[in-house]
Write a protein that binds this ligand. Sequence first.
Ligand SMILES: *Cc1c(COP(=O)(O)O)cnc(C)c1O
Length: 409
Amino acid sequence: MKGFTTKAIHGQRSKPDAHGALRMPLYDTASFEHPSSREIELAFGGKRPSHVYTRISNPTIEDFEQKMRLISGGLAVLALSSGMAAISNLVMTLCEAGTNVVTSRHLFGNTVSLFEHSLKPWGLEVRYVDMTNLKEVEDAIDEKTRLVFLEVITNPQLEVADCKALSALTQSKGVPLGVDCTVTTPYLFNSKEFGVNVEVLSTTKYISGGATTVGGVLIDNGNFDWKKSPKLAEKAKKMGPMAFIATLRMEVYRNLGACLAPHNAYLQALGLETLGLRVDRSCENALALAKQLQNHPKVKRVLYPGLPEDRFHKLAKAQFGGRYGGIVCFELADKEACFTAMDRVKLIKRATNINDNKTMILHPASTTFIEYSEEEKAKMQVGEALIRLSVGIEDLEDLTEDLTQALET
Ligand SMILES: *Cc1c(COP(=O)(O)O)cnc(C)c1O
């Protein structure tokens, strides 16, 4: 089994199904019975792999995790209730009071809120840097740094991270590199090949197959020596490379209770089967619309790493194999012009969320970034004239027609 989609569809069943069901059944149950006291003792002691309680593991969730492991080439995978749960579980597994995280000045809004409002009060220091400036990243890392965390393509700035260079740096400092690859997924970007240690995904986006459910995933690529991570050092002596995911499953993930619902795992595994087809279509549509927008007299500027003149084009081409994701941002004259165009779209949805099957349009400065001051927005490069388009898989002619009429005077 070599191909991405073949793996995503077939996976590898750990046990034959009692009824020969072709699709992994939905095990909607909280608990599992064991044949004897001895068997349940072995299960609780971690001596025999078996499901005991769905907050820790479940056959339907495990099937989704194993498919994610196969398509990513990672060592071990943990599925969680949301992308935010994946990020918070990652940080809480590696960091503690008095330590710091080095992260990007361009981050998903809820991730900033997680750091600023939920984790700082527990004594975590957060250092925001320009991830395109390696010297700045290097200077921010010290002996108390437990994680370097960033997004592979930031939103809405569409800044592409040079993961190979950042990985060489973090590796030399003995600090793990965690990258949120929600907008690329393992289909566009093999994070392991580029030295990422832990890949983070909000599976709510591309993977769910059309925004059916909220979910998240952590993928340990197996390329970081967890003995170098102070909180995991002791465990790594016994468990070796499995120390990270095992600590999550038997401690942080179990105790925080952010488990994925089996029903959601079922839908996400279903979405995964068509991931490649949908991402191809979304990227083709996005590139075509980016080119059309570039030639439109009302559009001042287009941000899309697929455009040859984009400042991240070469890097994106090398990392993502010739496809550039489904998010296109563009600038009009001012906020007024953005609102007018947005009010005129008929097919395209005025909504937040990205990488759905449906195309969506949003004005980030007045929505996802509304809680920030003008000064903060300027720092984050979220301008008043910027529109974000998350391009879906509709027929291109319909999207072109809708955007064209929306931009007319
Ligand atoms: C949506 C998103 C998240 C959060 O994921 P949820 O599943 O909504 O919790 C994190 N990072 C990025 C880049 C996202 O787009």
